[in-house]
Design a protein around this ligand. Sequence first.
Ligand code: GLY
Length: 274
Amino acid sequence: CHGSVRICCSPSPNIAMTWKSRMPELTVSLGQRSYPIRIADGLLETAAGLPVTGPCLIVTDDNVGPLYAERLKQAIGRSECPLWQMPAGEPEKNLGRFAELLQAMAAQGMSRNATVLALGGGVIGDLAGFAAACYMRGIAFIQIPTSLLAMVDSSVGGKTGINHPLGKNMVGAFYQPHRVICDLDTLQTLPSRELSAGLAEIIKYGPIADTVFLDWIEANLPDLLARAPKALAHAVRRSCEIKAWVVAQDEREAGLRAILNFGHTFGHAIEAGM
Ligand code: GLY
């Protein structure tokens, strides 16, 4: 085994263990910056894993906010938690929105003990995470991904940032969240195109890390497309396990982590041309 097939041939014992035990909570193991990923239905209803102390700010967009922001406030027991909502879409992940968000955080008087809750897809997670990384040199943030793509990729691993006119994700920081909360119920309201985007990323984990998983995806694709909760739970959990394992080996992409970018170069080029 060598290079890109190394994980496939020699799976981490941790991955094998969690895979078998189907633990509802995974860990991204990064020493003092380790954090849990919780994956289940109804996490926004039950508040499981969501205690938030100190000042907070929910960052979201105008697709997700109307659906889930109030539920999140109830879940954390903080009806007074302010909401910062921006228009949805990749073009919004820009310097102007970043400046607006920092302005809102300062205007709220947020202090070092404040927490940013990133409620949405990858655009929101990247922007809110980068703002959390920069504000007062770094405050806590929690990823609450509501898209399948964000659950299996951008919410895990600490890549935060914004786009620059000269390049995607050109300005950013490696900054890990304090936890990741994947409420699988939110996938039921996801547009079909967004579901497909997430499934493409999930499929990718097969060739890069686990051919058994690839076979499973192939056999269960109809269930995944039909949003069967059990199938989605399994796909998200296994994808997060693989990503967490890779990130734990190479947090800042000195080598191995680049394997997670497989396909992204083409994807970014197509996106730029659209
Ligand atoms: N999206 C690729 C990575 O997190 O490294």
